[in-house]
Design a protein around this ligand. Structure first.
Ligand code: HMG
Length: 451
């Protein structure tokens, strides 16, 4: 109970830190020091970041990286990627280079439809409500006209309105199911505003209509909300080349590699435990681009995984086809992203990321993020079915382990060299370090690892 606090949101940043330090840390000064260490010296910039979220105490750095050499639909890109995981960017960059010489990535937007729903309860004649809704669609569109005006001017807006009887799922449950084209905006706020207006219109129109009974007029709106499941806001990314061009895989002929690779992907088509890890690898690339461009990676993740399970079993989002001597590797991904609005116009690094990409439209960004996901999956599966993942991944993770065990700058070169041809793990690094320090302590090696 001592830790209960009221009015916390109204405290200044300094007082919030003081409260946290006093209640949760034995060494309050140390906690404050760490939080303050991450403040930006530019007060205006810091205020901007403080206001992205609530009760902000400090900044949480994520590496802002770049993966060069992507050729996507004939255009060259250096992909901005934000990730904390080692080897993700290296893997993307390595794959980009590999496919650059083999025609690059081709992408296709298969749909741009986004969905929002007004969920409500209606106690009455289902057919009557449906007929009324269909007859009066223009009133719903008119009621939202002010809200949709700018979007329509850009070529988007509400593209479909339907009334769905869902009472087989939950008693008296109905929906206004609406589809939207939000052009280059992610559009969640726009969709939610439209839905709330649609809900108000529904209640008003039904109440004013003489065809409904008193009970039927008593519509209870439960919620109005965008759906993050966007199976019709879909992008396809592919790479394709003659099997004979799948060279540069040590120890395997191009055909052997193609078949091993295909089998690796097929396992993720049929086996959910493998599929989840496989798709996580795809999202390593997708999320990194989505975050760098200021988009909502939780929405993107949720949609991707729901789509992966759309036939009732969770499966790989990528597939491989080997036919007539051609190797084709593709990814279909629901991807709702925006390149205007939200963080895209306020966060300086997001702006820089979009500039790096030549300020793409949302459909273009869908293709770019999907290409990053496909590249990532190619790198991971290639490593998994050949050398194993640990060699490349841990080679790059070595620096994190060296930080963890506090290896000094001048000692690092030794470890990088030592582990060039050995498996890296926390335990082995620790073991080698302890051994060397012992030798140094005992005077066998004087010049090295002395503390
Ligand atoms: P390599 O062949 O040993 O690397 O691969 P290299 O040193 O010969 O360099 C080749 C190229 O790789 C470089 O070209 C870079 O493009 C890139 P260059 O720039 O020299 O002309 N590269 C780097 N880029 C930036 N910084 C670096 C760096 N090193 C290489 N330090 C590599 C090494 C890690 C790339 C390779 O082994 C690989 O792709 N491994 C797969 C790694 C991976 O998938 N990581 C994701 C995390 S693991 C995971 O979470 C997903 C998983 O579980 C998913 C699944 O199960 O499906 C695996």
């Amino acid at each position: 109970m001592k830790k209960r606090v009221r009015g916390f949101s109204k405290l200044s940043k300094g007082s919030k830190i003081e409260w946290l330090s006093a209640h949760y840390f034995d060494h309050a000064d140390r906690a404050r020091e760490i939080l303050e260490q991450y403040w930006n010296a530019d007060e205006k910039l810091q205020r901007l970041h403080d206001e992205f979220a609530e009760n902000t105490l400090s900044n949480f750095y994520m590496p802002f990286c770049v993966a060069p050499n992507f050729l996507i639909d004939g255009a060259a890109y250096a992909l901005p990627m934000v990730t904390e995981e080692s080897s993700v960017v290296a893997a993307a960059a390595k794959t980009a280079l590999y496919w650059r010489d083999r025609g690059g990535f081709q992408t296709q937007v298969l749909g741009l439809k986004k969905v929002g729903q007004v969920h409500f309860l209606y106690h009455g004649d289902s057919d009557k409500l449906k007929a009324f809704f269909d007859r009066n669609q223009d009133r719903f569109l008119k009621a939202t006209a002010d809200l949709t005006q700018n979007m329509r001017a850009r070529g988007g807006g509400i593209t479909l309105l339907d009334l769905l009887d869902k009472s087989d799922l939950e008693p008296d449950y109905y929906q206004i199911f609406a589809q939207f084209n939000t052009v280059s905006a992610m559009g969640a706020n726009f969709i939610n505003s439209c839905l709330e207006e649609l809900a108000r219109t529904l209640k008003r129109e039904v109440q004013q209509s003489p065809v409904f009974t008193a009970e039927e007029k008593d519509i209870e709106v439960i919620m109005c909300i965008v759906s993050n499941y966007t199976p019709e806001c879909l992008v396809r990314a592919e790479v394709c080349c003659p099997v004979a061009q799948l060279t540069d895989v040590p120890g395997l002929s191009p055909l052997e590699f193609a078949e091993k690779f295909q089998r690796g992907v097929r396992l993720a088509q049929v086996e959910p435990y493998r599929a989840v890890t496989h798709n996580k690898g795809i999202m390593n690339g997708v999320d990194a681009v989505v975050i760098a461009t200021g988009n909502d990676f939780r929405a993107v993740e949720a949609a991707a995984h729901a789509y992966a399970a759309r036939d009732g079993q969770y499966r790989s989002l990528t597939q491989v086809d080997i036919r007539d001597g051609q190797f084709r590797f593709g990814l279909d991904l629901p991807l709702s992203v925006g390149t205007v609005g939200g963080l895209t116009s306020t966060h300086p690094l997001v702006k820089l990321a979009l500039d790096t990409l030549g300020n793409p439209s949302a459909p273009d960004l869908m293709g770019i993020a999907a290409a990053a996901g496909l590249a990532q999956n190619f790198a991971a599966v290639r490593a998994l079915v050949t050398t194993g993942i640990q060699r490349g991944h841990m080679k790059l993770h070595l620096s994190n382990i060296l930080n963890q065990v506090e290896v000094a700058e001048e000692e690092r070169g030794f470890f990088v060299n030592y582990f060039k041809d050995k498996a890296v793990s926390y335990a082995t690094v620790r073991q080698v370090l302890d051994h060397l320090r012992r030798l140094a302590d005992e005077g066998f090696i004087r010049w090295f690892f002395t503390r």
